[in-house]
Design a protein around this ligand. Structure first.
Ligand SMILES: [Zn+2]
Length: 226
């Protein structure tokens, strides 16, 4: 902990002291241009990816960068309120959902039954994306497991754009072109980012997954003996 304390002192004495005017202005103006929805993973930060300054990105991060769908019974006010506030109050111009390579949440989705026994809260949260994992098994039975996980990481990011569009306040702003939605896939090892629009190469697949979503979730619950 001593090291963390020293870092804070360094921030106050060096970074903040040398940029006083910047932080004075920042205190009275909160106008981020983008809502960044990312995984809680410590390796995936917009500050690093975009080389950004404080005040640019409003952030909502959770395990596997998931956006709960509006029509589903379980409410997740913490997650949805961050989106509501960013879109309605701060009027961000962009929402970026950022998936990434070697995502622990996506890997857990591949063995969710066992995982739920070990980590019930995380397992329950991840259930929201189980349909993507099941869809990949159904459509690509011969694909190597490693490739399935990469596909899942990418599809899971794009799926969240569809989940965002279940909210009226998002849909309206996208339709009137006041809000732009994009999914990113960040490959940590080689430093590249793939960008997918809502209408991307994956949009037909996402439509199919959404249609099958309820059945997949029911099947999974039945398999768990619930
Ligand atoms: Zn992750």
């Amino acid at each position: 902990m001593e090291d963390l304390k020293e870092r804070i002192e360094k921030f106050t004495e060096l970074e903040h002291a040398f940029n006083k005017d910047f932080y004075k202005k920042l205190e009275t103006r909160h106008a981020p241009h983008t809502l960044f929805i990312g995984c809680s993973d410590s390796r995936v930060e917009p500050e690093t990816l975009f080389q950004s300054e404080p005040g640019e990105f409003f952030q909502m991060r959770n395990i596997a960068n998931i956006v709960p769908r509006e029509e589903e019974p379980d409410t997740h006010p913490s997650t949805v309120s961050a989106i509501e506030y960013a879109v309605q109050e701060l009027k961000v111009k962009n929402i970026i959902v950022c998936g990434h390579s070697k995502c622990g949440g996506c890997a857990a989705l591949r063995k969710l039954k066992d995982y739920k026994k070990k980590y019930p809260y995380t397992g329950e949260w991840l259930m929201q994306s189980i349909s993507i994992s099941n869809y990949i098994d159904e459509e690509y039975p011969d694909m190597k497991e490693n490739d399935k996980i990469i596909m899942l990481e990418k599809l899971n990011a794009v799926q969240q754009l569809d989940n965002l569009m279940t909210y009226d306040f998002v849909r309206q702003k996208v339709k009137s072109k006041k809000l732009n939605l994009q999914a990113y896939y960040y490959d940590i090892g080689n430093g590249t980012v793939s960008v997918y629009d809502y209408d991307s190469v994956f949009s037909d697949i996402i439509k199919e997954i959404t249609l099958k979503r309820k059945d997949f979730i029911e099947d999974n619950n039945n398999n768990n003996g619930e």
